[in-house]
Each structure stands twice: as C-alpha cells, then as structure tokens.
Design a protein around this ligand. Structure first.
Ligand SMILES: [Zn+2]
Length: 378
C-alpha cells in the first residue's frame, strides 16, 4: 500500500508529490494518467498478483506495474501491511492498542522508508526498558509520554512525596499530592500506556536473567542545576556500563534538552564539566557555592516550558530508541523565556575526560551491549 500518512498532489507535467513538508516530501515522475489511477489501487487490500491483474484494465503490463512499485518502494512510499516480523504480528492482534497508536505508527512510517519499518519499530518499543530519573514537572511528563508512545517498561526514580508544584497536565495529577513520588509516577506510567507490555521479551532486546537491559536513562531531576551542570560522578556507572543517557530539565526559566550521551562516543557530563572549567576559570568556585548552598525553595520552571522540554526530550528519546541519532546527540538544546528561541551548542568530548570519547582509549568500551542501537542495527 501507499503510505497513507503522506498527502498526494499532482505538480503538473506528470509529476506527483507525496507529502507536504521538505523533510519528508518526495516527487515521483514522469507519471501518466493510467499510472496515476494505478496509485488508487495501492490501498493495502491487494497483493502483487491481484495488482497486476487489475492494472491490465488500465493498459499497464506486468513489467510496468513491477517497475512502478519498485520505484515507489525505493522512494520510501510503500508500506507492507504484513511486514515487520513476529513482534509486529503480535502488536497487530492488539486492536485497541494499535488504534491508540495510529498517529505514532503513521509518523514512524513517514520517517522510516522501508515497508513495514514503522510497525517493526513500534513493536520493538514494547520490549524496551527506559529509566526516568526525576518525577517533577518535566520528568513525570517525559515518563508519561514514553509510556504513551508504546515503550513497554518505563521506570521512574525519585524520592519523597509529591508536592503541589510537581503537578502538571501531562505529569502527576493533583490527586497525587502527598503520595510517594515514585509510586505516583508508576501509576501515571500505567495510566498513560496504550496497552500492557508483552510478557515474554525477545532475546534481541538484550535481556539478561529475564530482565531487559536499560535502553536509555533520561535524567530529568526536579532541580534544574543538575541538568545544566550534570554531575560526572552520578554518570560514572552509566559510562562504565555503556548505558546511553539523555539530560532534560528547566533551570531559572531556561529549558535544556541534551546532551544525549553515547558513552565513549560523545561528550558526557565529565566533558561538560572540563569544557566549562577551560572556558571559565571561576566556574568551579561558583559551582561549589551553588551546590553547597541551600537548595532554591522554588524552581523557576514555567509550566509551558516544562511541558515543551518534556515533549522535546521524549521525542529525542524515542528517535534514539527507534534507531536514529537525534540532534541532541553530543549537543545541548536550550531555549530561554521569553523568546524561546531554541539553539544548540555542541558538547565536545574532552581529551582529559575518562569517558574516552575525546580520543583517549583507556577504559573505552568497544561495544555498547544492550543499547537500542545495537538491537536496531541488526
Ligand atoms: Zn566525557
């Protein structure tokens, strides 16, 4: 079938454009009226033999049909309603879940050219495990979006009890105030899920002892300083285990998404710290004061910005889980109120950082076992 997500329009002179926006639009031509009519047959109800049969009524021979379908396939415009493997087949049986996720599936089908690629990735999300560290306005919303997007296991870590300022439309509800943050977030994740996660985990998901490894950690603490100045010591075990992690949060009316750290491959929290010390010799002195001083009683965290950061971070996380390297890989995106002009700054790997991304080879993992990319690359 032609991917239904892309709008179709004749551009005149026998060219058809699929899609509106430059990122995903494709022009196909030359195309005559007969082949234009043939496109109408590509609605997912016919296999190739039937397509060839019906095309004869349009004066198109088998060779023309096969060539056209091959061209459309090369252009990433063809989906296959039966492709994607056993996990995709299992998801197809869950009609309600799939109905909820139609727009997500359509989006994946636009982004990934191969037939069945969207369904394969949507199904793969169900056996992935992601940890979100922080259940405030940003963290809880990220967890809810990931769960709602079909990520099978979303764990949220945070301490203490939910306060009124943690409540957000996409995050913890007002009724959660006073409850333990972690259990309130767990309920939120469950409520947001489009369906229960599959019981059995596919071996390709990198499971050990029945529990799949973490595909990603999202660091979204309630205190935005720990995102803007991520603590290298906290990240040490993730660097050591090769676990990809993404920072996101709001600090003093500035939203931050990134970097997504691929241990040993891109700049990490330690690199951020060393780069900053190189640029600003006074930075360590100030940092010590910020960290030792009394914690700011109220975070300057606008709800709109918090929601935007959560949405952007979740989208970057999903792109990564689906096998891509989003623009936060080795970079940090920032937008400050009131102009909200998103800008990115590369986070360069520092040669003196023990993560190894800067070119030193000691301690560098040669493979990131268990990461999303390893499983997706196969
Ligand atoms: Zn580093």
């Amino acid at each position: 079938m032609l991917k239904p997500a892309l709008r179709r329009a004749w551009r005149g002179s026998g060219t058809v454009q699929f899609g509106v926006t430059p990122a995903h639009a494709v022009k196909v031509g030359p195309m005559d009226i007969a082949t234009g009519c043939f496109l109408e047959l590509l609605d997912g109800t016919r296999g190739m033999p039937l397509l060839r049969d019906e095309a004869r009524a349009l004066d198109l021979n088998d060779h023309q049909v096969d060539t056209l379908v091959a061209r459309l396939m090369d252009a990433g415009l063809i989906d296959d309603v039966r492709a994607g493997g056993p996990e995709a087949d299992a998801l197809r049986t869950r009609v309600e879940t799939l109905e909820r996720q139609r727009p997500d599936l359509a989006s994946l089908s636009v982004v990934h050219p191969e037939p069945g690629g969207g369904m394969r990735r949507l199904a793969a999300r169900r056996s992935m495990r992601v940890q979100v560290r922080g259940a405030g306005r940003v963290g809880a919303s990220i967890a809810a979006v990931l769960s709602g997007s079909g990520v099978g296991r979303v764990e949220v870590l945070d301490g203490g009890c939910a306060e009124p300022c943690d409540v957000a439309p996409g995050g913890l509800p007002a009724s959660a105030v006073g409850e333990r943050r972690d259990s309130a977030a767990r309920q939120l994740v469950r409520r947001s899920s489009p369906g229960s996660a599959p019981r059995t985990v596919h071996p390709a998901a990198g499971c050990a002892n029945g529990e799949p490894g973490l595909s990603l950690i999202v660091v979204a603490p309630r205190d935005g300083l720990s995102v803007y100045v991520p603590d290298p010591r906290t990240a040490e075990p993730w660097i050591a285990s090769g676990t990809p992690h993404l920072y996101a949060g709001v600090i003093e009316a500035t939203g931050v998404v990134g970097p997504l750290v691929l241990p040993g491959g891109t700049g990490c929290a330690g690199c951020v710290d060393l780069n900053r010390r190189d640029r600003d010799p006074q930075w360590p002195r100030m940092l010590a004061q910020w960290q030792s001083g009394r914690r700011t009683a109220v975070q300057a965290c606008d709800l709109g910005l918090a929601t935007a950061v959560a949405g952007l971070a979740a989208s970057h996380a999903l792109a990564f889980l689906d096998g891509e390297l989003p623009a936060s890989t080795g970079a940090r995106w920032e937008a400050a109120l009131p102009l909200l002009d998103w800008r990115s700054e590369p986070i360069r790997a520092h040669v003196d950082c023990s993560c190894g991304a800067g070119g030193h080879t000691e301690g560098v993992r040669t493979s990131g076992a268990g990461t999303a990319h390893d499983t997706m690359a196969g």
